[in-house]
Design a protein. Structure first.
Lengths: 115, 113
């Protein structure tokens, strides 16, 4: 079974540009989560999509947005990039399990560098 | 809001030493608890999880964790570490509504051969 895949592996942008990151969940998984792993800030929740709808978002400005497509893949867009957006962006997928168990499986991440 | 605290940021052990990494969480409702591991150059992998039932859970590679509800803790243990256990370990919690994971700050473990 293929795991969560993300593209690109690395992305270099300049301040003010836009970045688009992509994620394909494990086959059969309907939920996609995005997390930011920035140096010194740990892993922080960004966005949660399920069945094409945004279910929750973390404490990030509106220039962080995304969507989930009918095939459950997802896209994270970051507009007006700032230097502090440099981080590893992780995507995870899950499927509702028994008794509300939501085990999340992570992809390898996209390393975004803003110069 | 949920929060997770990992008390040790860096731990250095010799091979065959015993390991215990602390994790405490703050949340009033029913939680699911997880430990993830990130080996150097690799992505986050699930080590073990607790949803309900026996509070002592066993995971992969000889790791186990004990959920102590009264202490809001979910400490990770391994009786005898190996050099290959060198990695960063993250404790995480979420609720029963499929919501996001809240992670602790992580513990970097270095095992000396």
């Amino acid at each position: 079974e293929a795991g969560v895949t993300q593209s690109p592996t690395h992305l270099i942008k300049t301040r003010g540009q836009q970045a688009t990151l992509r994620c394909s969940p494990i086959s059969g998984h309907t939920s996609v989560y995005w997390y930011q792993q920035a140096l010194g800030l740990g892993l922080q929740f960004l966005l949660w999509y399920d069945e094409g709808e945004e279910r929750n978002r973390g404490n990030f400005p509106p220039r962080f947005s995304g969507r989930q497509f009918p095939n459950y893949s997802s896209e994270l867009n970051v507009n007006a990039l700032e230097l502090e957006d440099s981080a590893l962006y992780l995507c995870a997928s899950s499927i509702p399990g028994l008794a509300g168990s939501y085990e999340q499986y992570f992809g390898p991440g996209t390393r975004l560098t803003v110069t | 809001a949920q929060s997770v605290s990992q008390h040790n940021h860096h731990v250095i052990l010799s091979e065959a030493a015993s390991l215990e990494l602390g994790c405490n969480y703050s949340y009033g409702g029913t939680v699911n608890l997880f430990w993830y591991v990130q080996y150097p150059g690799q992505h986050l992998q699930l080590l073990l999880k607790y949803f309900s039932g026996d509070p002592l859970v066993k995971g992969i590679k000889g790791f186990e964790a004990e959920f102590i509800k009264s202490k809001f803790s979910f400490n990770l243990r391994k009786p005898s570490v190996q050099w290959s256990d060198t990695a960063e370990y993250f404790c995480a919690v979420n609720d029963n509504a499929g919501n996001m994971l809240t992670f602790g700050g992580g513990t970097r473990l270095m095992v000396k051969p």
